[in-house]
Design a binder for this molecule. Structure first.
Ligand SMILES: [Zn+2]
Length: 287
């Protein structure tokens, strides 16, 4: 079962034209909007650095010591469908720089809609609340824009808590008939006080109490990859601390804008929001 699944995950293999470049492998469940995907390439000895650019985001690739370099990238939920080339650049220790373009096709994905009727006061924020939410959003974006230039995770990513998936990633919400924002993570229903685990190894990048997301933890996994944990009752970690796979981050709550105890789990790569379950499936097949 596992090997069949693995084969279908390798959807594309591109041979680069120049002898200076190796084979590029893209592993993914299909490069759909909202997906995360892995890219690997073998560069010649003496390669000093390598980067990949895609849809306006540039991230570093990391070497594994055997000549193979890799990175994870994400396709924004609002990215346009159709051809979207990747540009991979590597620089040799002598300073020579090589760039190649790899064709990629972004596939569509249909997301569910949810229509909610609420009191207008829940839709329109007071000036004070709006100012607070905007300020906090800027603070969060600034953290997500930082790229730690080495990979901090080693283990395949796990779902941080057991429970029913109550709202999927990408759900398009309408409030009183007006189109609202799409759901940027995966909601997992769990009892208040249930323990939340770190999805893999990383460093605690941000801990805060925010208007929308309540008690919040962001973990930096390196190379532009972050996981986020919202609406927590309590937080068990401090900024700057290194955490292991499965380590306790805090407990489930309903803080911030939340209608009941649950964990909102978010994944970001290069600042782009992606489906957390695609991170779990992509990293499971990286060995
Ligand atoms: Zn949510």
């Amino acid at each position: 079962m596992r090997s069949i699944k693995f084969l279908t995950l390798i959807t594309a293999l591109f041979m680069a034209a120049s002898a200076a470049m190796g084979a590029v492998t893209i592993r993914t469940t299909g490069v759909r909007v909202g997906d995360i995907f892995s890219i690997e390439e073998t560069f010649p000895a003496g390669t000093k650095s390598a980067t990949i650019s895609f849809n306006g985001v540039t991230l570093p690739l990391m070497p594994d010591g055997s000549g193979k370099w890799s990175a994870l990238l994400g396709v924004d939920l609002e990215a346009a469908e159709g051809p979207a080339p990747l540009t991979i650049t590597h620089t040799l220790s002598g300073g020579e720089k090589y760039a190649e373009e790899v064709p990629l096709n972004i596939l569509p994905r249909v997301f569910r809609e949810q229509h909610i009727t609420v009191d207008d006061s829940k839709v329109f924020l007071s000036d004070e609340d709006r100012e607070r939410a905007n300020r906090e959003n800027r603070e969060i974006r600034a953290v997500l824009a930082k790229t730690t230039d080495k990979r901090l995770w080693d283990s395949s990513f796990i779902v941080p808590i057991k429970g029913r998936y109550s709202s999927p990633f990408g759900l398009q919400r309408y409030y009183n008939g007006e189109k609202g924002s799409y759901h940027s993570g995966l909601d997992i229903a769990a009892a208040k006080g249930a323990e939340i685990s770190s999805a893999s190894e990383g460093r605690v990048a941000l801990v805060g109490d925010y208007f929308y997301t309540g008690n919040t933890v962001f973990i930096d996994h390196g190379l532009g990859l972050y996981t986020a944990y919202f609406h927590m009752e309590s937080v068990a970690v401090k900024e700057g601390e290194m955490v292991g796979l499965g380590e306790l981050l805090g407990k489930v709550g309903s803080t911030g804008r939340s209608t009941g105890p649950h964990l909102h789990w978010g994944v970001y790569v290069g600042g782009v929001k992606v489906d957390p379950l695609s991170l779990v499936s992509v990293t499971k097949n990286l060995d």
